[in-house]
Design a protein around this ligand. Structure first.
Ligand code: 2AM
Length: 498
């Protein structure tokens, strides 16, 4: 008797109702590949796209023969979902995400989950989390990394937002993501915008890794006069050791790749770098929160400088170069020093990235699992590397580690590389090969390990011209002002009011 109403409802329900485990909106390549990946792992996915012809095209082509179902309206899509409903968006960041949220809200019930897997700015995710919480809906902003290939066969996933959503999406997310030593490269990141924040920092670090590799390439090419094939061999060799990573591996492949005429393609590519903004956002965040993410910032600026190709062409004809631009000395030793410089700088770059995560966590009250984040980046994404396994170990050993440079393993590694690192940065300066990221990393290292910096003079200058006051080293916490010139009362420089 008690079951009767239920049976009635079931009997009127259409055949396709409540069949799908998750819906995915956005059928560009990333979305399509993520759907096929979910399908491979036994999940039934309902596909939807603003331009609905793409749904049919997808079902009749890439998704033919799979369990994927389609919908031609959001109403139809929602009706096909099991509860609590899980709707994942992989659409253009910005207005498209807000537009879909607005359309979905009236169709969903309390406890249903909306996931944004696009490249949204973390502040947008924070705002959306807050807005949807008032409606009883669970919101997740998830970093998705690994490009099209990753989406298809195992991306790195970085979900954050309303933690109650995690238990519902965990089985799906952890089945489709990349794995490292059989551990999923996906875990719950933390509260509100933290998933997208962690993805943003990932991208900033990616800029740093790429720039460091480019500087190593530049030194080998210009100062050592090596051919792309020779450099390819060096990178391939490096990839067998502590630098083992996706980016080093593809660099070796790129350098040996020949165009149709048999010439190395890389040397024909215009040296003007593009960017989509996530590196810049990380650098801006570093500035906003007072964290010296110098290597990421230098990497962004290096791309900006490269993009001034026409100006550089003109300047190259008039600005003086050093007298010597070729390396003379032990070539093999110098190559090994470049490797050391790259490795030490990479450690600094990740140390800075985790410093920024720590600062943002403190600001927003996020409880971040740093070892888990290292594991999320360990496989599947662009910065995947063996090295990230070591970072995970460092945070596993000491959850409260304030800086990666202070971990025994990394402290020793940097110590081992230090002399070679200094030699390389010095040579770059001497021979006129720009090494902004290698040098930024080294100067950060020297600044961070200095118990005394010249900021006492900055404080004196600030007090001199602006009466900004200073603390005495012997009694911090108390602020003093000195009338430095003996004239004109409290502020000496009357014309300066910065
Ligand atoms: P479309 O196929 O209808 O253009 C990547 O661009 C994905 O984001 C595509 O699925 C695209 O849908 C979607 N998209 C881009 N801008 C959108 C918008 N303003 N509203 C809805 N979807 C959008």
């Amino acid at each position: 008797m008690g079951n009767a109403p239920c049976k009635t409802i079931k009997s009127v329900a259409r055949k396709n109702d409540h069949v799908a485990d998750i819906a995915l909106i956005g059928l560009a390549v990333m979305g399509q590949n993520l759907i096929l990946n979910m399908n491979d792992h036994g999940w039934t996915v309902c596909a939807y796209n603003r331009t609905t012809e793409k749904v049919d095209k997808f079902l009749n082509n890439e998704a033919k023969g799979t369990k994927v179902v389609g919908a031609h309206s959001l109403q139809e899509m929602v009706a096909k979902l099991k509860k609590p409903r899980k709707v994942m968006m992989l659409v253009k960041a910005g207005a498209a995400v807000d537009s879909f949220i607005q359309q979905l809200v009236p169709l969903l019930e309390k406890g249903d989950i909306i996931i944004d897997g696009g490249n949204s700015e973390y502040q947008d995710t924070q705002r959306r989390c807050q807005e949807l919480a008032t409606k009883g809906l669970l919101y997740v902003g998830s970093g998705v990394s690994g490009g099209e290939e990753g989406a298809r066969y195992g991306p790195s996933l970085m979900p954050g937002g309303h933690s109650e959503a995690w238990q519902h999406i965990q089985p799906i997310f952890q089945s489709i993501c990349a794995r490292s030593n059989d551990e999923p490269c996906c875990d719950w990141v933390g509260e509100d915008g933290s998933g997208h924040y962690v993805k943003m920092v990932h991208n900033g670090i990616e800029y740093g890794d790429m720039q460091l590799i480019c500087e190593a390439y530049h030194l080998m090419k210009t100062a050592l006069g090596m051919t792309p094939d020779e450099m390819s061999e060096v990178f391939a060799e490096w990839n067998k050791g502590e630098l083992d990573s996706f980016l080093i591996e593809i660099t070796a492949n790129i350098l040996k790749f020949k165009d149709e005429d048999g010439e190395p393609l890389v040397e024909k590519i215009r040296d003007a770098a593009g960017q989509k903004g996530t590196g810049k956002w990380t650098a801006i965040s570093g500035l906003d929160y007072g964290t010296p993410t110098t290597l990421i910032a230098e990497s962004v600026f290096a791309r900006c400088l490269s993009a001034l190709k026409d100006e550089r062409m003109k300047a190259s004809k008039v600005l003086e170069a050093p007298a010597h631009t070729k390396f003379t000395g032990d070539k093999e030793e110098f190559i090994e020093n470049i490797r050391k410089a790259l490795y030490a700088s990479k450690i600094v770059s990740y140390a800075q990235g985790f410093m920024l995560l720590r600062e943002a966590a403190a600001k927003f009250g996020w409880n971040l699992n740093y070892g888990g984040i290292a594991l999320m980046w360990r496989g599947g994404c662009i910065i995947r590397s063996v090295f990230l396994g070591k970072i995970k170990d460092a945070f596993d050993q000491n959850r409260d580690l304030t800086n990666l440079l202070l971990d025994d393993f990394f402290r020793a590694a940097v110590g081992r590389c230090q002399a070679g690192w200094r030699a390389v940065v010095g040579k770059g300066v001497e021979l006129g090969v720009p090494v902004p990221a290698l040098a930024a990393a080294l100067t950060f290292y020297d600044g961070y390990r200095s118990s005394v910096l010249p900021a006492n003079l900055i404080q004196a200058q600030r007090d001199y011209f602006g009466a900004h006051t200073y603390e005495l080293a012997a009694s911090p916490g108390t602020f003093h002002h000195t009338n430095w010139t003996g004239t004109g009362g409290n502020v000496s420089a009357t014309t300066y009011d910065a």
